[in-house]
Design a protein around this ligand. Sequence first.
Ligand code: KIV
Length: 262
Amino acid sequence: MKSITEFLKAKESGKKITVISTYDYWSAKLCEEAGIDAILVGDSLSMVIQGNDSTLPVTLEEMIYHTKAVKRGAPNTFIIVDMPFMSYHVSVEDAVRNAGKVLKETGANAVKIEGGRQMTDIISKLVSVGIPVMGHIGLTPQFINQLGGYKVQGKTEKDRERLIEDAKALEKAGCFSIVLEAVPSDLAKEITQSISIPTIGIGAGSNTDGQVLVFHDLIGIFEKTPKFVKRYLETGKLIKEALKNYKGEVENGVFPGKEHQY
Ligand code: KIV
């Protein structure tokens, strides 16, 4: 993807959109080489990279630092940056200043904002000054203290209605796309059919216009991953094996061999 227009074209033509959430140079480079459509520098880096137990602690400066590395690895890929907790909530002015800083300093193409209709004033303003916005509804990890856990959303009729209305409000506010996280697949289908911008699902079934997964989940770095993740590799096990081999060989004098010496 080169621009938000291509997201809209993909939806019109039925071409599924692939997005990967990742945070550094080498993984971004591999994503670009593999032809992934867009990279999200997700605030999940707070948990995946920094080891926090929620996405709340990561700062704007840390998001910028990681996005610069991603941009160096994937200079020709559409890059979306998660606006971290409290970087867009205080006021519309604050949101514009912070999102503008992200785009100016990193060369990224868009920002992502969590929340439904309560965010539409902020989103409209960002879009009006040239900052493309991806929405994010369903399970919104920045609301963890209200949600009380990483649970599937939209299970009751009332919640379903609310999420459908939120998606419509985000489209009206100018979002170019919306992430649907952890919602039943029939609800994701209904939302996808009721708006003209693409939906990108994570734990939302196969009826969305695209999918997003966290790079580290997809390659199986950690022992456990949520039910909705497909582990395409078991890299964690392989790396651990390699590290054990290295330790054993150093201790036994096998490494470095003659071929590794000057
Ligand atoms: O932070 C993130 O990586 C995300 C995706 C999982 C959608 O928000």
